[in-house]
Design a binder for this molecule. Structure first.
Ligand code: SF4
Length: 361
């Protein structure tokens, strides 16, 4: 751990000793969230853990799970002269089946990077003769802001701002992982930011249906170590439950106000996750009463996605079946400057994190 005082160091050493004592056989724990993957690397936690505890990354990087079909559609919109595309920066480098948004931007398409979807309101007001399309990707964490953007667009009587929605919901993806015989997980570090919105209850199925330990994790090194300690204790005692190691942010019922905005605008729908496939009820689509702001309804775009043959193993990486270093392209043909798969694009992508911080173990 890079920065610590004596008390923190002693606590970390105590937790590591306890984890070693409690875990008597090899276990694989999945950090669902890409932010955790990066935080674990930064703190050097993999190297601190006893060898019988293996950490694997999960599907919690929104850019990584955005499928080719969505990128192809965004590229097609960006090529329209009367369209301004607004997006988070990470999306520019995600490869579609024929092109990335960054490549289209380089040819003159008007694609603007924003830090919040709400910035699209100003761009829409300043460009009344253009159609502004915001690429709405992300999990429960970012979806409420997208929903708030829709409500603000309506309130401001803007008729030229639309969302291309590909929001996703985490719990259904975990159910699919647990039903996959190739996936071998003994416990989950649950995504703190997602749980800040949803609360703990949507993850109750983990212990109740799958006898699976789960702990809501914070992002500080000691919070992560305490999360792993709690998981180790649950495994040792064979008493899986949901615990919360991020109580300073995550309340049991999450953020009801954000969820209310979300459910006002969105409803669940089936969604395709890159590398995993279609997952029932794992996405969000705009309700009919807000279809005037849905790019796919108002400005329908038909695209043909060309299936690519590549040795990219993102699908296995996202399901925690392999580590990025097991991919033969890792660090050779596939590097952050030239990503072959989406897991190497985002800073929170597993492959990018393993490349940047070293393979660890
Ligand atoms: Fe795909 Fe690159 Fe990761 Fe291999 S290293 S799985 S090619 S993103």
């Amino acid at each position: 751990m890079p920065e610590h005082n004596n008390e923190t160091k002693e606590m970390a050493q105590f937790l590591i000793r306890e984890i070693d004592r409690l875990v008597t056989k090899p276990v694989r724990l999945m950090e669902v969230c890409g932010t955790h993957t990066v935080a674990i690397f930064r703190a050097g936690i993999r190297q601190l853990l006893p060898p019988q505890v293996d950490l694997v990354s999960g599907p919690g990087c929104p850019v990584c799970v955005t499928p080719d079909e969505y990128i192809d559609k965004a590229v097609a919109y960006a090529r329209c002269e009367d369209v301004i595309l607004t997006t988070f920066g990470d999306m520019l480098r995600v490869p579609g089946s024929t092109s990335s948004l960054g490549e289209v931007k380089a040819t003159g398409a008007d694609i603007r990077v924003v830090y919040s979807p709400l910035e699209s309101l100003t761009i829409a007001a300043q460009n009344p003769h253009k159609k502004i399309i915001f690429l709405a990707v992300g999990f429960e964490t970012t979806a409420p802001t997208a929903a708030a953007t829709v409500l603000a667009t309506k309130k401001q009587n803007l008729t030229n701002l639309f969302l291309l929605s590909s929001h996703k919901i985490v719990p259904p993806a975990l159910k699919v992982l647990l039903a996959d015989p190739a996936v071998n997980i003994d416990g989950f570090l649950l995504p703190g930011h997602v749980c800040a919105i949803t609360g703990e209850r949507p993850f109750d199925f983990l212990p109740e249906t799958y006898h699976m330990p789960a702990v809501v994790a914070g992002f500080e090194p000691l919070e992560i170590l305490r999360t792993i300690y709690r998981l180790a204790r649950q495994i040792h005692d064979d008493q899986p439950t949901i615990e919360n190691e991020y109580k300073r942010i995550v309340k049991p019922d999450g953020n009801p106000a954000a969820r209310q905005i979300l459910s006002e605008v969105y409803e669940p729908t089936d969604a395709v996750w890159r590398g995993i496939g279609m997952i029932p009820d794992s996405g969000l689509r705009m309700k009919e009463q807000y279809s005037a702001f849905d790019a796919q309804v108002v400005l329908p775009m038909v695209t043909k996605t060309i299936a690519k043959k590549t040795a990219c193993r993102c699908g296995e990486v996202l399901r925690g079946i392999i580590k990025p270093t097991a991919c033969q392209l890792f660090g050779k043909a596939c590097v952050p400057e030239h990503p072959i798969g989406a897991c190497m694009v985002s800073v929170e992508g597993s492959c990018a994190a393993w490349y940047k911080y070293g393979s660890g173990r």
